[in-house]
Design a binder for this molecule. Structure first.
Ligand code: ATP
Ligand code: MG
Length: 555
């Protein structure tokens, strides 16, 4: 666009500089999830950022499972992660990798470090290692095993690999500097013994590399140029660079950190989502109240809306938290012109049009989307008995109530003007039927201009409506109290996060399929639940209501 000034984020500026100075002549990025849970909205930021950069610079995007820790990883998560990334539209083409495929190379790197005198086998216990490490204010102490000879280290490391060493009794450490002001550089552990089966390499290994050692090697093997990660790894960067340098990789990758995405009052941490699932507070990783990608998809969010959201969030180096309302804004914007606007009654009360001929049915024209004519029209059946929303009738209306009350005239959406003539109640005082008369002159689309009414209400035909179920959602946590309990760190749950209602929808919805979404006029956007909906009982999840106080931040 011509007049738009496109300002580049700080990562793009760094990449531009690297290309200009000839540090790299191309761009290769990666997304490296650990398959130990489902992806969430925060990961979407990382995926779209990495994929987006590869696209923008005509580079390559790698999908790599960082599966170097056999304790928590499962194939179930590998499959879900692939599905989520594909859905988001990040195409890794042929570049799908598993870090565990590089175990041989990582082992070779470890041997190389030993041979260079840059790594040693250490017999200190985990507690002793911690003690020797020192603190932020005090330097560490050298391990008594630090000066082992290369031959001894090679022999001991080989024993570790052969399974002759018990878990936790020996480790391989990088030999860097126990007095470094950066604790990560104080002879970090790079290999540990764990007699565990791995989902990919099975029982081939009983030693596994640590993240800080494995990750730079994975990046270097794949020829990643810009290894983009979140801020908590900033202090690990010197170690990242050390590993790449000492293992003597050509074309070293470069680590750049950005701030994680946090949503205010929303549970994003993998650990917490996992706990909600395990405690059965939600009905799975894709419960629509969660912000895992699977949950957002099931709720009815679109990849476009998530991309719009991530773009609006921007990329920065400072930690901040974004309002969930911004995500809601994005999905409304995305669906506004794309989806039909149909009539559904969430809390039905009967409306009888006493002067409408009994047994007659008219099929009225209803535009699918007044703001987008391309979506065309549909026919809605109209007859003597309808259902309207209970809240659209009041016996004694307050001021400025423009809907039905005795004596008042309103428009029935896509149909006629009706005037309320009376109502019936049951013994408990609940309104059971509202009576009215209609004016045949006022048919929608007939050009009638005799008089105006202030209220328009929606309805469904009693005889033709389909029964359905809706799920209305509120925040999973209690916003007043904040996400976490100050005392024990548990979540402050909102007991009203899910409301289930039996509703009536217009018959055009009968054909709706999983993931189809609609605007239910005046009620919000709804999506057919992919797990529980059946043709004879549709289940809709409310994606978002129509109203919002959210305003786009001024640039
Ligand atoms: P969590 O902190 O939620 O447990 P994680 O960092 O342990 O997530 P990984 O599978 O290691 O999960 O993450 C894969 C990539 O996604 C990493 O590069 C990580 O930095 C990035 N990432 C994780 N959470 C966020 C977030 N909230 N915002 C942006 N990027 C994130
Ligand atoms: Mg992680």
């Amino acid at each position: 666009m011509e007049n738009e000034t496109i300002s580049k984020n700080f990562i793009e500026q760094e990449i531009d500089k690297d290309l200009r100075e000839g540090v790299y002549d191309h761009v290769c990025t990666r997304f490296p999830p650990e398959p130990n849970g489902y992806l969430h909205i925060g990961h979407a930021k990382s995926i779209l950022l990495n994929y987006g950069l590869a696209q923008e610079y005509g580079g390559t995007f790698h999908m790599r499972f960082d599966d170097t820790n056999p304790t928590k990883e499962k194939m179930e998560f590998v499959e879900s992660i692939k599905e989520d990334i594909q859905w988001l539209g990040a195409d890794w083409k042929k570049h799908l990798y598993f870090a565990s495929d590089y175990f041989d190379q990582m082992y070779a790197c470890a041997v190389k470090l030993i041979e260079k005198g840059k790594a040693y086998v250490c017999d200190l216990t985990p507690d002793e290692i911690r003690e020797y490490r020192g603190t932020l204010t005090e330097p560490g102490k050298n391990s008594p095993y630090r000066e082992r000879t290369v031959e001894e280290n090679l022999a001991l490391f080989e024993e570790m690999r052969e399974g002759k060493v018990a878990d936790g009794s020996r480790v391989l450490r990088a030999k860097i500097d126990m007095a470094s002001p950066n604790i990560n550089m104080r002879d970090p552990i790079i290999y540990r013994v764990a007699h565990m089966s791995h989902h990919n390499t099975l029982d081939k290994w009983c030693i596994y590399p640590m993240y800080d050692f494995a990750h730079p090697i994975e990046d270097a093997i794949e020829g990643i140029t810009h290894s983009i990660c979140t801020l908590e790894f900033e202090d690990h960067r010197p170690l990242y660079d050390w590993v790449v340098r000492e293992c003597e990789f050509e074309n070293p990758p470069r680590q750049i950190e950005f701030a994680k995405l946090y949503l205010t009052n929303v549970v994003t941490g993998k650990r917490y989502i996992k706990k909600l699932v395990e405690d059965q507070i939600v009905d799975g990783w894709d419960d629509p109240r969660l912000v895992s990608i699977a949950a957002l998809r099931r709720r009815g969010f679109t990849p476009e809306s998530i991309k719009m959201f991530i773009d609006l969030c921007g990329v920065s180096k400072s930690q901040s938290s974004v309002d969930y309302a911004m995500l809601e804004y994005c999905i409304r914007e995305d669906l506004k012109l794309k989806k039909p606007r149909v009539m559904a009654v969430l809390d039905p009360v009967k409306l009888i049009i006493d002067n409408y001929p009994e047994g007659e049915v008219e099929y009225l024209d209803a535009p699918n989307n007044l703001e987008n004519e391309a979506l065309g029209n549909r026919k809605v059946p109209f007859c003597r008995e309808l259902y309207i929303e209970r809240e659209d009738f009041m016996e004694e209306p307050p001021k400025k109530y423009f809907r039905l009350y005795p004596g008042n005239e309103v428009r029935l959406m896509n149909a006629y003007f009706v005037t309320c003539t009376g109502f019936e109640k049951d013994e408990k005082g609940n309104v059971t039927v509202v009576h009215c008369t209609y004016d045949p002159e006022t048919k929608s689309g007939s050009g009638f201009s005799g008089r105006k009414v202030k209220g328009t209400i929606h309805w469904v035909s009693a005889q033709h409506a389909e029964k359905a179920t809706v799920r209305l959602y509120e925040n999973l946590v209690d916003e007043e109290k904040g996400v976490y309990n100050k005392e024990d760190g548990s979540l402050n749950l909102n007991p009203n996060s899910l409301t289930v209602k039996e509703i009536l929808v217009e018959p055009s919805l009968k054909q709706a399929k999983a993931y189809d979404s609609f605007q239910f006029v005046r009620q919000g956007y709804f999506c057919v639940d992919a797990r529980d909906s059946r043709p004879d009982n549709l289940v809709f999840n409310r994606i978002v209501s129509l109203k919002s106080s959210f305003k786009l931040p001024k640039k």
